[in-house]
Every structure is written in C-alpha cells, then in structure tokens.
Design a protein around this ligand. Structure first.
Ligand code: PGA
Length: 253
C-alpha cells in the first residue's frame, strides 16, 4: 500500500504567532489521527522549532522545511543546511519547488546535491516537478517532466529513492486558482509512475507516493485524490486555513 500524504507548504507567509495558531488548530482538529494519511506542515525556517513543541503528539503531524542548501556547512551566508534541519527535528524537506527553480535559478544538478544532502541527514524529500503553461500549450509537457525526473533521479539509487516522494505541480496551476482537471492529473501521474518504473522498476514505482499540487483546495481535493495514481497533495494557499487544510486531509475516499 502506498502512503497517502498531504503536505502544507506555507511558503513565505505568517508571523510566529500566526504560524503557531495555524499549527495548533490543525493539530487540534487532527487529534487522534490514525496516520492513515501522513500530514506534513511546512512552515518557514524560523518557526519550525516552536511549532514542533506545540503539536499534540496524538495528531501525528510531521514537520518539513521548504528548502535546504546543497552543502553541509560553510561560507554560504543566509543559507540553511540539511544537517541543521535534521538537528531541530525536521523530518521532510521540499526540493525543486518551481518557485525555487524560477526565482533562485536552481538547476537539476543542484537539486541532485540537495537531495543527497537531505537524505544523508535522514530527511525525507518531497521532490517537485512541473511544466509551465507554455510547455503544456506546445505539447512538450511530458518531455519536460521526463527530463526533470531523469536528470535528477538517474543520480539517485534505489535505496536512496525509498525516501523520496514526488510532487507533480503544474506551474500554471500554482497559486492561480486554476487546477489541473482530474483527467490531466491522472494522465501525468500515470506517466510519472511509468518513468519511475523505467528508472528503477515496477515494484518501486508502485510504492512511490505521487502528490498533486496546484490550487488543490477543500472543494476539489476529493476528486483529485480519487485518481488512481494520485496519493495526496502538496497544498499552498489552502494550507493557510486550518479548516480547509483539514478538509483536504480528510478527502480520501
Ligand atoms: P497552491 O500552491 O496550492 O497555492 O497553488 C501549491 C504549491 O506551490 O506547493
């Protein structure tokens, strides 16, 4: 059985008080969560430690970071390493989010290094891929996703891959209110699973959790999560509202 996962990417939002309020209300609402769905909160770096302290242990929430550096330590002013994240109890990290690729020029080579660093420090990686609107319009979206997967995963061995979750996030759907249709989501998730089976093997691809991200909300999560190859979601905007986020967590049929 593949793990079902819902992760909330809070991006660069909230103050400490607001972040704690959001985390504790999600934690309260998911009290007694039987872990059928693994729920991950991904706040900004400065809030991670405080939030971890405030969570109800029976809510079984995991904490992730939005990024990590490709190096272990050194003269990289302003950066945060995977070992630092691990040392404060962080369990997951996002790698390759389209906003990092776009605004911080992160290349596939750099993503490989980040993934290796994260895995060395026992973080689980949510590796993001996604095509732009232009790529979808010109019908090159499958080639784009294939390249993003192959360029990075060809450097990741089977053992390492066990701790990787893939998030498909069409760039045109992120923060736009325009969601991929269930047909588009299933088609791409099926394609991603096929590529993973080619890089590794069928057993591994069947065990890999594939998350959908891009304007996934309390209204559309149920139909997206009902798709055969969609194992959960990476949620942005809707993760900033406790009620909506918890509705999404409960959207598996
Ligand atoms: P969104 O963001 O849900 O606000 O579209 C998703 C993401 O960027 O992870």
């Amino acid at each position: 059985m593949r793990k079902k996962i819902v992760a909330g990417n809070w991006k660069m939002n909230l103050t400490l008080d607001e972040a704690i309020l959001l985390a504790t209300s999600v934690s309260g609402k998911l009290k007694g969560n039987q872990e059928e769905v693994q729920v991950v909160l991904i706040p900004s770096f400065p809030f991670i430690t405080e939030i971890k302290k405030k969570l109800d242990p029976t809510s079984h929430l995991y904490i992730g970071a939005q990024n990590c550096h490709a190096n272990n330590k050194g003269a990289f002013t302003g950066e945060v390493s995977a070992s630092m994240l691990s040392s404060i109890g962080c369990e997951y990290v996002l790698v390759g989010h389209s906003e990092r690729r776009l605004y911080f020029n992160e290349t596939n080579d750099e993503l490989v290094k980040k993934i290796k660093e994260a895995l060395t420090h026992k973080l689980k990686v949510i590796f993001c891929v996604g095509e732009t609107l232009e790529e979808r319009k010109t019908n090159t979206h499958f080639a784009t996703i294939k390249n993003q997967l192959q360029d990075v995963l060809s450097h990741v061995n089977e053992q390492e891959f066990k701790n990787i979750i893939i998030a498909y996030e069409p760039v045109w759907a992120i923060g736009t209110g325009e969601t991929a249709t269930t047909e588009q989501a299933q088609e791409m998730h099926g394609f991603i699973r096929k590529i993973v089976s080619e890089i590794y093997n069928i057993e591994i691809s069947e065990q890999t959790s594939l998350l959908y991200g891009g304007s996934c909300n309390a209204q559309n999560a149920q139909s997206l999560f009902a798709c055969k190859d969609v194992d959960g979601g990476l949620i942005g905007g809707a993760a900033l509202k406790a009620d909506d986020f918890c509705t999404i967590v409960k959207s598996f049929s």
